[in-house]
Design a protein around this ligand. Structure first.
Ligand code: ADP
Ligand code: MG
Length: 757
């Protein structure tokens, strides 16, 4: 216990002699109160018993114009001066000598610890802008203070109390906050803020104005003014037509030259209102006076600097009991800032809208352009692949042709020499070379042709096998091509030529990744992807066939893998890659209900797998090559006409067909052909080349013949280039096409099928 607290047990003394109590001299009203206060009834005891340190500090406090108090003893009993009393409001005089915590209640709570710390550590503190909620004169407010608290030491060095000096800064702080807020809003001229200004300042200002007008409380007016948006106030005595305004109003209305703030008639007040706004204002005022109650109107006023600015007058007309208008007080809000922001907002919204519309249009255009160029690139990529092929093919073809003509030369030589015993060897050499050449052309044409794509049940192993030759030629001799086809591979429903295209593109990518040569593997497999594995591969569970192309080349970094399927993504030099290969493959896989995945490691190599859903049907047989040559004789005496400008082909056809038992008529051009067709010779079948001398092509000749022989059956024999003349392959019933070069087995089959129709 401190000595002070013991004081209350001392005998009370009423003899306050002037010399011992000189510290209580002066001190204004509080000084007087201290002198007359019944201290003996309090724990503090009479002042003559108070320790020197309390006397000294209290003398200082009472005679200070700053707001000051001594908080004494462990309970921090409150002893304060005149300025402090102001702040206490109706807590005074009860507060004198009471524990500070009891006096201030919730207001003290936030700073209680700080004060307690001064008592325990003996270290004072000073703080700026301490925020304290406070209820004064029945009004709840947030107040701000700059304050210091210093320990008061006893003679023995113990801490006996706190000297508390403070200045209230609420007014400045509120004004500064409002200013900062406005500054912030001005600085950040963006939409949301403009809206915030809209909502917040207007709402707040209106709310404040409402309250003001309702209460006419001087202090509340001060607070509202400090809050910022209100630039002036007025009070209009309607019975006398007499305005009282404040300086803010006077400045805002350019009325500084009036030199007074009272006794101004309405005419004087509105002198500087914008001429265009004056009528509206007058009417609004008139209505408000008649109606009574709340009034708000916006208009422009000229300041003394000559500039007009927007204000809002916000007030209330008060009537007496019998409805006579008495008073019309109100406030002026500055609208300029708000209007500017609103205008900016509107403009920004307008610009945004325009931008949006333009953007949509641009996107549409871009999409169209992109689709076009993507299509063009798709085509060029295909051509690029064809280009890769043709270089190798020309060379191979020359080899094959050399084989064929060499064998034929040898055959003629042997026949001249009469040595015909081993001719079969040369015939089969030539035949073999010709077969291979034919297969190659087929592939190439199928690949280059832009056709309507049709998914068919496909044997992928077979497709890969058929492509191997072309793949090897494309990747070159430096790369070893291996094929691992799973036995019992399931069937898939895909577009064959797209799958071929996919395979070739994967092989070209593999080749590009192995410039110094390497190993390329094409592997097929049945895969039952269960839920677990599906999760790992991000593929729905189910049965799939996988076709994987692996290389041991450069591999890809994860970044490249992530982008590899993007259209136009390529790491290859300009002109070398289109970046469309994998994106086309991706599209194709998706379209076929499948998926593609890349597994790759830099320096190790790459595997790209395409997963295609299993199809339940059996594969359509695409084997159109080796069928045994069977010339089964016919005995019905049917007649076939052959129209071809190439005598060797005519002769070949004639030999084969006669051997089959048909009568054969020959023609070398369309004119001769047509004249026979228009005669009444028996004709069961017309075999015709498409490109013909004689003014008509084969198709036109056949059409002409069909006017007199509507049931005439026609077999066109054509090279790929003439396809268009056959009306893109759309043939009438009873017509068929055989593509050169062909195999005799197929020819005989077609002829028999057609005649049997
Ligand atoms: P392009 O071959 O025209 O560059 P692709 O779409 O086929 O376009 O491939 C995109 C990119 O993916 C290639 O540029 C390459 O960086 C990478 N890539 C594709 N396949 C392989 C592979 N087998 N090995 C290494 N990188 C590859
Ligand atoms: Mg590619």
């Amino acid at each position: 216990m401190t000595p002070l607290v013991c004081a209350h047990v001392m005998p009370p003394s009423h003899s306050l002699n002037a010399s011992t109590l000189s510290f209580l001299l002066g001190g204004g009203e509080m000084g007087e109160l201290f002198r007359s206060h019944p201290w003996e009834q309090t724990p503090l005891g009479t002042p003559d018993t108070w320790p020197q340190s309390l006397r000294t500090s209290l003398g200082f406090v009472l005679n200070s114009t700053l707001l000051g108090a001594v908080l004494w003893g462990p309970e921090l009993l409150l002893l304060y001066n005149d300025a402090y009393r102001e702040m206490l409001g109706d807590r005074h005089p009860e507060a004198l000598g009471k524990p500070v915590a009891d006096v201030w209640g919730e207001t003290y709570a936030p700073i209680a610890d700080d004060f307690a710390r001064v008592m325990t550590t003996g270290k004072g503190f000073g703080s700026r802008e301490i925020q304290l909620p406070m209820t004064r004169w029945g009004l709840r407010q947030t107040t701000y203070w700059n304050a210091t608290a210093s320990p008061i030491f006893g003679e023995d060095g113990s801490i006996l109390g706190i000297l508390n000096v403070a200045i209230e800064t609420s007014e400045q702080v509120v004004a500064n906050h409002a200013r900062d807020e406005r500054q912030k809003l001005l600085n950040r001229k963006n939409l949301s803020l403009a809206q915030a200004v809209d909502a917040r300042t207007v709402e707040r200002d209106k709310a404040i104005a409402e309250k003001l007008i309702a209460a006419r409380d001087a202090e509340r007016v001060q607070l509202a003014l400090a809050a910022g948006a209100i630039v002036g106030t007025w009070s209009w005595d309607l019975t006398q037509d007499c305005f009282t305004i404040d300086e803010g109003f006077s400045e805002s209305f350019g009325l500084e030259n009036l030199n007074r703030l009272t006794d101004i008639p309405l005419a004087g007040i509105v002198a500087n209102v914008h001429p265009n706004d004056l009528d509206g204002l007058t009417t609004a005022i008139k209505h408000a006076i008649i109606r009574g109650g709340a009034y708000a109107h916006q208009y422009r006023v000229r300041r003394q600097d000559g500039d007009y600015h927007w204000v809002e007058a916000n007030g209330r007309v008060e009537h007496d009991a019998d409805g006579t208008p008495l008073r019309f007080p109100g406030v002026i809000l500055d609208l300029d800032e708000k209007r500017q922001l609103l205008a900016q907002r509107d403009q920004a919204i307008e610009e945004l809208r325009a931008l949006n519309a333009a953007l949509e249009q641009r996107i549409e255009e871009r999409t169209r352009e992109l689709m076009q160029s993507e299509e063009a690139l798709r085509q060029s990529q295909k051509m690029e692949a064809v280009g890769h092929l043709t270089g190798g093919l020309a060379h191979d073809f020359n080899n094959l042709l050399a084989g064929i003509s060499g064998a034929l030369d040898l055959i003629s030589l042997r026949i001249e020499q009469g040595r015909i015993e081993n001719l079969g060897k040369y015939v089969s050499t030539a035949q073999d070379a010709a077969d291979r050449a034919a297969a190659l052309t087929h592939r190439l044409l199928a690949f280059a042709r832009r056709q309507t794509l049709l998914p068919v049940a496909t044997d992928v192993n077979r497709l890969v096998l058929d492509m191997l030759d072309m793949i090897q030629r494309t990747v070159g001799p430096g790369i070893r091509v291996e094929n691992v086809g799973a036995a019992g591979l399931w069937t898939v429903l895909v577009d064959r030529s797209q799958l071929e295209n996919t395979l070739l593109n994967l092989c070209i990518n593999a080749r590009d990744a192995m410039p110094g040569g390497g190993r390329l593997t094409v592997e097929t497999c049945n895969r039952w992807i269960d839920r677990e594995m599906g999760k790992e591969l991000s593929i729905p569970e189910g049965q799939y066939l996988s076709m994987c192309v692996s290389d041991n080349g450069s591999g890809m970094s994860p970044e490249v893998v992530a982008k590899a399927f993007d259209p136009f993504f390529t790491t290859k030099p300009l002109g070398a890659g289109t970046g469309l290969g994998l994106s086309m493959i991706y599209g194709f896989a998706k379209q076929s209900g499948g998926h593609v995945r890349i597994y790759s490691e830099v320096g190790e190599g790459t595997t790209v797998c395409i997963y295609l859903p299993r199809h339940s049907g059996t594969a359509v047989d695409h084997d159109d090559s080796a069928e045994a040559l069977r010339l089964v004789p016919t005995d019905a005496g049917e007649t076939v006409m052959i129209v071809d400008d190439e005598p060797s082909i005519r002769m070949l056809f004639a030999d084969i067909l006669q051997e089959m038992g048909y009568h054969v008529i020959q023609a070398a051009d369309s004119l001769t052909g047509l004249s026979i067709l228009q005669s009444d010779v028996r004709l069961d079948l017309l075999i015709s080349d498409v490109g013909l001398p004689g003014g008509m092509n084969g198709r036109q000749m056949a059409d002409a013949a069909r006017t007199t022989r509507p049931d005439l059956k026609v077999l066109f024999v054509t090279g790929f280039a003439e396809n268009a003349m056959l009306n893109e392959g759309h043939l009438e019933p009873g017509m068929a096409v055989l593509t050169k070069p062909f195999n005799i087995g197929i020819l005989t089959e077609r002829v028999r099928d057609l005649i049997a129709l």
